[in-house]
Ligand binder design. Sequence first.
Ligand code: ATP
Ligand code: ZN
Length: 288
Amino acid sequence: MTTDQPLKIAIQKSGRLSDDSRQLLRECGISIQNGKNALIARARNFPLEVLYLRDDDIPQYVADGTADVGIVGQNVVAEAGFEVAEVRALGFGGCRLSLAVPKSVDYPGLHWFEGKKVATSYPSILSRFLSEKGIRAEVHTISGSVEIAPNIGLADGIADLVSSGSTLFSNGLKEVEVIMHSEAVLVARPHLPKGKKAMLDKLVFRIDAVQRAARSKYVVLNAPNDRIEAISRILPGMKSPTVVPLARPGWSALHSVINEDEFWEVIDELKAAGAQGILVVPIEKMIY
Ligand code: ATP
Ligand code: ZN
């Protein structure tokens, strides 16, 4: 056990990032005693304290040192404009900040927005984007239900977060420009003290292992011995495949790891090279 102060991590209390943030910590082997309505919880087996906050407050709390690190959307980080370092992209909470206009508009391109009113909860990102593109438009900041603004005559268009687009669609809007793509990220306050930096490195080491595992599959297959070489060329593995003799003479089992992206292609090649009885198993953690 360490006598140092625990690393303080801010995560969203309740919302779209909450479950995935908690799950990530769990997959990193960190178990949190979770009083349902607690604002702070201490991890049992890692020097970590969890602060449950509104997502909008996380960049500021991390920047001013109330928390050391946080999990928050890149959109919120970009809007808040505080100095925090992005440590890792986390692969969940994916969305985009987009401009949308009423479906009936025959949208000719960005110049349509010239002189128009645009409602958003992301005024700084939107203003930056419009000025970079040389468009002068009136930015109206509203904090919720931005998608109804055009219907009630408050704005001509909106800039809002989109994932499937169904909310836009059901409000009679269509997405016309993507301003930024976003996902959840682990951010840290700049200049963490040494002890805290060491804890962060330990946490990031675990996150990397979890993410690598999520992208990989463990493959076990049988092959006649004279095919081992050809199959090994297809199956690079972490170093090279493990080859284990089977009880049946002349046959072996090969064990290896393959990348999810090339999964189906590799499976087809393996079959063509003589592999049989191919088993594909999820991996929980992967350490290099
Ligand atoms: P809070 O009460 O913490 O302020 P919120 O209502 O502002 O919550 P959520 O709707 O829970 O926030 O969204 C949190 C984050 O989830 C967003 O900032 C964004 O990064 C991500 N996200 C992913 N998909 C979407 C989406 N379709 N709409 C909104 N946010 C999304
Ligand atoms: Zn919020």
